[in-house]
Write a protein that binds this ligand. Structure first.
Ligand SMILES: NC(=O)c1ccc[n+]([C@@H]2O[C@H](COP(=O)([O-])OP(=O)(O)OC[C@H]3O[C@@H](n4cnc5c(N)ncnc54)[C@H](O)[C@@H]3O)[C@@H](O)[C@H]2O)c1
Length: 257
């Protein structure tokens, strides 16, 4: 993936070593991409120091706070990015949140507040980040969002996040159609279940892991490294003909019926 050596990327959603975004940042750095890594601001300064140390191990990267629920935070991040990098070739959206009780409760009990929160942070943010990144992608770019099969099928205890991921995937397709003429490709990677901080908010997540292992074609769960490899492929010119797609990295779990 030689073309990646010339490129710059913004990778959002690094919370810790288990984050899918952390594996993506590692893999892109391995291929020579110049990195900006965005993390949700933490109140605990020790946690922030730990994150700084963790990302230093990947190599030099611009570490920037980002809260997608605060428009001024998004604006501040892109101001810095413009000043430091001048352009962005790759944008990775790896952000999601929902109220824990809205995930485990009954779908018919989802509150408007919880619904809007999940939509704003997990789906609308792709539109906002894309709008800000676009002027920095002159001549072309690649935008990749992380999604889950709960957008298309019912997954126990995924409820409000299923709606958010369905919206995220629709946003991805509409953005791909709009930005295609500017050589900006937009795709999504639908990962199988992986134990991360976000996943720990899903009730009975271990059952989901066991089901995916038992029912998937490969008869195993997938790793963050495998997701990161696919993101690197979508970021590189090797995937130049692919846009508006959701690529499954789930060991073939999605074909089970
Ligand atoms: N773990 C899985 O099983 C799985 C499977 C498929 C897709 N995904 C998706 O992958 C992405 C990354 O999740 P993960 O599993 O690595 O967990 P994670 O908890 O490590 O990452 C989620 C990230 O979202 C960030 N975030 C939440 N609210 C934010 C806000 N307001 N502003 C900015 N950032 C915010 C968190 O800080 C965190 O870094 C998510 O979109 C998730 O839905 C996860």
């Amino acid at each position: 993936m030689q073309d990646l050596q010339e490129k710059t990327a913004l990778v959002t959603g690094v919370a810790n070593k288990r984050s899918i975004a952390f594996a993506i940042a590692e893999r892109l750095a391995h291929f020579g991409v110049k990195l900006a890594i965005a993390y949700q601001p933490l109140e605990n300064k020790d946690a922030e120091k730990k994150l700084r140390k963790l990302t230093e191990d990947i190599g030099p990267a611009l570490l920037l706070p980002l809260d997608v629920s605060q428009p001024e935070s998004v604006e501040g991040l892109f101001d810095t990015l413009k000043k430091e990098f001048g352009r962005v070739d790759i944008l990775v959206h790896s952000i999601a949140t929902a109220l824990r009780e809205e995930l485990a409760g009954r779908p018919s009990d989802v509150s408007l507040e919880g619904y809007l929160l999940a939509q704003q942070v997990s789906a609308y943010s792709l539109i906002e980040l894309t709008r800000r990144a676009r002027p920095l992608m002159e001549g072309g770019g690649s935008i990749i969002a992380l999604t889950f099969i709960g957008s298309q099928r019912t997954t126990p205890n995924y409820n409000v996040m299923g709606s958010a991921k369905a919206a995220l995937e629709a946003n991805m397709r509409y953005l791909a159609m709009e930005l295609g003429p500017e050589k900006i490709r937009v795709n999504a990677v639908s990962a199988g279940p992986i134990r991360t901080l976000s996943a720990s908010g899903i009730k009975d997540f271990l059952d989901l892991l066991h089901t995916a292992e038992e029912k998937s074609a490969l008869k195993r769960n997938i790793t963050t490294g495998e997701v990161a490899n696919t993101v690197a492929f979508l970021a590189s010119d090797l995937s130049s003909g692919i846009t508006g797609q959701t690529l499954f990295v789930d060991g073939g779990f999605n074909i089970w019926g």
